[in-house]
Design a protein around this ligand. Structure first.
Ligand SMILES: Nc1nc2c(ncn2[C@@H]2O[C@H](COP(=O)(O)OP(=O)(O)OP(=O)(O)O)[C@@H](O)[C@H]2O)c(=O)[nH]1
Length: 896
């Protein structure tokens, strides 16, 4: 690797002899962006910085910071201090290469200058109250429980009963070089489709490496950095480095009573056949202290140590989540012992429970094992599928991919037809447009690709599947109608996807057309027309007469030029499935939009969880072609099964490899259909705050009236604080629809409904995709819940479970009783004991208990789908034909 090349984290880790996890943590501390896991790429500048640090050349100090002062380290303060001759490079006072705890010096507390005489971060003196004021907060542990915080959460008596020198596993790990268990992309996190990152949306600034600098600390639950860590007492000399994965610290010395107890246990253990006591002891001594020439006191100490924790199997390989019992086996310890340790770290797990890789690594190191982390099969496959990055020289211009969006009847279809007609008249010789999901227009020797997919889908379901194929959105607004609800929805979708918008003000041929009114209305949504000093291109057009169409195409080309859309067309192709169907005669066929490379007949591919070999390619004019380059949509024949829209499409050299990847993806899909793949919920938002340094809470708001939606959006936006920003992706009127759920899923958002119902399909998708829909009747409750979540105080409470729905088909007025709805249960069931919400035209008009549930004349406890029944409601008589009764119950949600 040359220093100018980007490298992946694991490669760099290998090179600098640092465990990937630690390197990720270091990169985070250096504020290097986009480092998610060991496969993330590291910019050359950051690579160099890491190397410098590892070679002991510390990063330049921020000017604003205080002068270097050798700060005395108090004996009681859980503050890392690095000895003069420590060669272990440090950042922010944290040893990057954890060293074994040197027992000889374990009581040393004097301050010593750092390797090159200055503290790397020149922090101001830390308070002694145990709060972490370090500029770089500790990374959090798996499941949101940092080992450090876990240790800090222990009862005070437990921690104070330990001597200063005591070994505190949690503190050692996370307070030290840190363990970042939460750096994986969020469940629904946006996975860009293959291909070079598009320049649309905000572009990364520079290399993404901002160099070291203070970062606000004080994340919720932040534990004292290094609290009770071995650094607190172990300030004596340490070895400069240790082999990768070598034990991070020597085993603990414990209070005498505990040692005795453990001693007894260990005596038992030493009788186990795994290793004779003599061999164990020697191995332990050799590794930790050297076998000879110790002082008496040292020997005593060694003896003490030896009785505390027996050495266990030293080298294990962890590549994925592992069951507690399997890890215990690998480590050669009892599962109960492992479980105890896990509890100490705040992780509750049973013998048969899986530990994620990060937790497994931590706990294994706790037991003194060296751990080799290997990429999981999935990660290895992703590396293969991602392929090499393209060098800037290999990139050439590619056409823009455009999606048309807008309100119903504003003329999207007519506009697309008119544009296609332009193409037909301009360049086609008798070609018949074939529906393949996209079409290519050639205008003034420039190509523009239009997706036929209904606008929202391109931004929701596709994006939810990780694919973002659109470069530019054309927002069609009828000049006689102006901005309507779906116009706003479209704007929000495009904004959430960071896709620039070109506005087509349509129907200007109509007498009532008022383009300026449209411009004014759009300005309320942040779209200011260029001619009014803004940066949104707005083109008046008429799909009917064709007026302005050329201007629109010109605007799109202009926008494409601004975006500098480029791709390498000389490599193996990658793309995205934009449509797939089972054709009677041809079997599974799908349209692929090539994002980079050249797709050729005969190529072997993986697409999502299916694979195949390209038998034929058909373009949007129905012509067979031999190849298709970047941005080109092309129908592909040769799939073994039907792929799904939004799936990635990647050419591989080897059919066996393609099959194997497709098979393992199928397996994964099967496993994921079990309830562990989750979207984001408000309840676990706090957890994710800790786990992944989530900085944004995305919301989709739906309310019964415009005023409520606005009010709620404004109120919750104001809840943003220094650490977390509330971002309202969309605030609209009407019931919660499938589109809302898809937008929420694609953007990891929570849906907040205020006085509105949830459409059936939307409910089903939300359940399947684990999208959290929160319904409120009181605006304050909504604000309060979101506020609590932001402040990390949300108490999981009762969650609504929808039981079923019934439609009112007739209304009976019963004297002295009131109105009874003659209902038909359309789905689920209605329970007498449940509650009912009355929905009329998508809005909730009442919520309350059921007063009576009858089948014919009999009172019944429940009525299932497909049956008729009479439902009377407590304190509500205004039942009307067409009302929907949504039955629900409230179940307590356990804290996650
Ligand atoms: N006068 C006039 N009518 C138009 C124009 N564009 C579309 N229309 C008419 O508006 C109606 C709706 O047009 P569509 O193209 O179907 O609108 P759409 O946005 O695709 O509608 P949905 O697919 O239902 O969302 C049709 O009757 C069109 O003929 C235009 O520029 N001028």
């Amino acid at each position: 690797m040359t220093e100018k090349e980007k490298v992946r984290v694991y490669e760099l880790a290998k090179e600098v002899k640092l465990d990937s996890r630690r390197l990720i943590d270091l990169l985070h501390r250096l504020h290097v962006e986009n480092i998610k896991n060991h496969m993330s790429t590291v910019e050359p500048e950051a690579v160099q910085t890491v190397k410098n640090i590892m070679e002991g050349k510390l990063p330049p100090e921020p000017k604003s910071q205080e002068p270097a002062v050798s700060e005395p380290v108090r004996k009681t303060e859980p503050t890392p201090s690095v000895p003069a001759h420590s060669e272990g490079p440090t950042v922010a006072g944290t040893p990057l290469v954890s060293s074994s705890h040197d027992e000889k010096n374990h009581v040393s507390t004097s301050a010593k200058p750092m390797a090159n005489g200055a503290r790397p971060d020149n922090r101001s003196p830390r308070p002694t109250n145990g709060r972490d004021n370090r500029p770089y907060p500790p990374r959090e542990g798996a499941n949101g429980r940092s080992a450090a915080s876990a240790s800090s959460n222990r009862p005070a008596s437990a921690s104070t009963s330990r001597p200063q020198t005591s070994y505190n596993a949690g503190g050692t790990r996370t307070g030290g070089a840190g363990y970042n268990g939460g750096n994986r992309p969020a469940g629904g996190g946006e996975r860009r489709g293959p291909g070079p990152s598009r320049p649309s949306g905000p572009r990364p600034q520079g290399s993404g490496y901002n160099g070291p600098g203070p970062r606000p600390s004080g994340r919720p639950g932040g534990a004292p950095a290094g609290a009770s860590s071995n650094r607190s007492g172990g300030t004596g000399p340490r070895p400069a480095s240790r082999p990768i994965g070598a034990p991070l610290a020597a085993p603990p010395t414990r209070p005498a009573r505990e040692q005795n107890r453990r001693g007894a246990y260990n005596k038992d253990r030493r009788t186990t056949p795994a290793m004779s006591s003599g061999r164990r002891k020697n191995a332990w001594e050799d590794e930790n202290y050297g076998s000879k020439h110790r002082s008496k006191s040292q020997k005593n100490q060694v003896k003490q140590q030896e009785t505390v924790m027996p050495p266990v199997q030293r080298h294990i390989i962890i590549s994925s989540a592992i069951m507690v019992k399997d890890l215990a086996d690998q480590l050669g310890v009892k599962a109960t012992e492992l479980i105890k340790r896990l509890i100490g770290l705040g992780v509750m797990a049973g013998v048969n429970q899986e530990l994620d890789r990060e937790t497994a690594v931590i706990i294994a190191t706790e037991f003194g094992a060296t751990v080799e982390e290997r990429a999981t099969q999935e990660e290895q496959e992703e590396i293969i599928l991602q392929g090499e990055d393209d060098s800037p020289e290999s990139l050439t211009e590619r056409p823009p991919v455009v999606t048309v969006m807008g309100h119903v009847d504003h003329g999207k279809t007519s506009l697309l037809d008119r544009i296609r007609a332009t193409r037909v008249t301009q360049s086609e010789a008798g070609g018949i447009t074939q529906h393949i999901g996209a079409s290519v227009i050639e205008w003034n020797d420039r190509k523009v690709v239009f997706l036929d997919t209904p606008g929202h889908e391109a931004f929701t379901s596709m994006r939810a599947r990780g694919a973002q194929v659109t470069d530019v959105a054309v927002l069609v607004v009828a000049a006689n109608d102006g901005v309507m609800p779906q116009t706003v929805e479209a704007i929000n979708h495009a904004k959430a996807a960071n896709v620039p918008i070109v506005v087509a003000i349509n129907k200007i041929d109509l007498p009532g057309a008022n383009p300026d009114k449209v411009r004014t209305e759009l300005s309320n949504y942040g779209l200011i027309a260029e001619e009014w000093g803004g940066d949104t291109i707005m083109v008046p057009v008429s799909a009917r007469t064709g007026e302005g169409i050329e201007n629109l195409l010109e605007a799109l080309i202009l926008q494409a030029d601004v975006l500098e859309l480029k791709a390498n067309s000389q490599r193996a192709a990658q793309g995205t499935i934009i449509e797939a169907k089972l054709d009677k005669g041809r079997g599974p066929v799908a349209t692929v939009l090539v994002s980079r490379g050249m797709l050729n007949v005969g190529d072997v591919f993986v697409a999502g969880a299916v694979y195949g070999r390209v038998r034929a390619l058909i373009n949007d004019r129905g012509q067979r072609v031999k190849s298709a380059g970047p941005s080109m949509p092309v129908e592909v024949l040769g799939f073994n099964q039907l792929p799904e829209a939004g799936d990635d499409f990647v050419i591989l050299a080897d059919e066996r490899q393609a099959k194997s990847i497709a098979d393992s993806r199928q397996d994964r899909i099967r496993r994921q259909s079990e309830p562990n793949a989750r979207g984001v919920s408000l309840d676990d938002f706090l957890q994710r705050l800790k786990d992944e340094a989530v900085k944004e809470l995305n919301l989709v708001i739906k309310a019964d009236v415009h005023g409520s939606a606005e009010a709620l959006a404004q109120s919750v936006s104001k809840l943003s604080n220094d650490e977390v920003r509330v971002r309202v992706l969309h605030a609209g009127v009407g019931s919660i629809t499938e589109t809302d759920v898809m937008l929420a899923q694609a953007s990891n958002a929570i849906i907040v409904g205020f006085g509105v119902g949830v459409e059936n399909k939307a409910r089903q998708i939300a359940e399947k995709e684990h999208v959290d829909i929160r319904s409120y009747r009181v605006i304050y409750d909504a604000i309060d819940d979101i506020n609590k979540a932001l402040r990390g105080m949300l108490e999981p409470k009762f969650q609504e479970v929808i039981l079923g729905r019934a439609e009112v088909r007739e209304v009976f007025r019963v004297p002295k009783i009131g109105a009874i709805g003659g209902c038909y249960v359309t789905d689920g069931k209605i329970l007498r004991s449940g509650k009912v919400r009355v929905l009329r035209d998508g809005a909730v008009i009442h919520e309350g208990n059921i007063a009576s549930l009858k089948r014919f004349k009999d009172d019944v406890r429940e009525v299932a789908t497909g049956f008729e029944c009479g439902i009377g409601l407590e304190k509500f008589n205004d039942i009307k034909v067409g009302d929907i009764f949504e039955a629900f119950s409230e179940e307590e949600v356990k804290a996650s």
